[in-house]
Write a protein that binds this ligand. Structure first.
Ligand code: 13P
Ligand code: SF4
Length: 303
């Protein structure tokens, strides 16, 4: 079916179902264009919780839809492709976290939202790339912190806050595709550009950037900046997001290889199918959801 027809079908079905479409900043252009709300992980989880619509089509990856399901168990949360996962989230299992907690009694567990519901259920407080520093700063000085799953986000926060943290050894395979040479090459090609990178990149890349920011922080940074050119060191979908929002500026991907295959699994056809069938539904076992919700709410309260 041609793209225009798919979009018309989505709009009609959305009205019929009383649904809303949320999409992460890394989604393919055609999904970004059809979304009611675009955002980073923090913004989308807040928005999902406060939305009046009872059906939410979540265009993103599994942990994002799961977070919405935990916060709003009374709503129907649809993930158009249930296999759209996050390999970093899958690097941390609840049973391994439990073993680590036993090894470090009295520690506070701070977990990146890029994690499973079961891991969140064993967590004291969640964080996103937008609030990780603020969250860590709420932990009393001297109290040990276990941070996971992302060792690079954790390492960056530890350095910024000068806090000792026990780091889980997870990482994002997509952000590891950004190498120092890519930043150096973009600086050579665009000497006036401001370089922004996501905290999921490795420290050798972060050290070459002008700013280390989550995707929401990148938008805020461009909004405030008088600069005309920006190098974007994160998943490539962010370049489309920024270019559309700021048509008078220029954005360059650090590398076109930083593409999250899971984010790109969402298509217009799958959104149509979701709205037609009201599936696949993402739901979390109530016992797990209740414990995970405490950790997510603790984060939402401080940021
Ligand atoms: P943001 O919360 O910064 O949008 O990041 C989400 C993510 O998955 C990064 O890889
Ligand atoms: Fe996970 Fe990385 Fe994809 Fe983000 S970009 S969803 S962290 S694999």
């Amino acid at each position: 079916m041609p793209k225009r027809q798919l979009v018309e079908k989505i709009l009609a079905l959305k009205a019929e179902r009383g649904a809303i479409i949320l999409a992460h900043n890394y989604q393919p252009p055609e999904i970004q264009d059809v979304a009611d709300r675009l955002g980073d992980s923090l913004d989308l989880s807040r928005f999902a919780a406060s939305a009046v619509e009872k059906v939410i089509v979540f265009c993103g990856v599994h942990f994002m839809a799961e977070t919405a399901a935990i916060l709003s168990p009374e709503k129907t949360i649809l993930l158009p492709d249930p296999t759209a996962g996050c390999p970093m989230a899958d690097m941390m299992r609840a049973e391994d976290l439990l073993a680590l907690k036993k090894k470090h009694p009295g520690s506070v567990v701070v977990t990146y939202v890029n994690s499973t519901a079961e891991v969140k259920a064993e967590t004291d407080i969640c964080c996103t790339s937008a609030n990780a520093m603020r969250v860590v700063q709420t932990v009393p000085e001297g109290q040990p912190i276990i941070f996971g799953p992302d060792k690079y986000l954790g390492g960056w926060v530890a350095a910024q806050t000068e806090r000792k943290m026990i780091l889980w050894q997870g990482y994002c395979p997509t952000h590891q595709k950004i190498h120092p040479e890519h930043i150096l090459e973009q600086r050579r090609l665009h000497p006036a550009a401001f370089v922004m990178v996501h905290p999921e990149v490795n420290p050798a890349v972060a050290s070459l950037a002008d700013a280390v920011l989550g995707t929401g922080g990148m938008i805020a940074c461009v909004e405030k900046s008088a600069g005309r050119e920006f190098v974007v060191g994160t998943e490539t979908g962010m370049v489309y997001r920024l270019q559309k929002k700021f048509p008078d500026r220029e954005f360059f991907a650090a590398t076109k290889h930083a593409l999250c295959p899971n984010m790109k699994k969402i298509t217009l056809e799958k959104v149509v199918n979701s709205l037609e069938s009201l599936g696949p539904v993402i739901a979390v076992e109530p016992g797990v959801a209740d414990r995970a919700r405490r950790a997510i709410r603790a984060m939402l309260e401080i940021s």
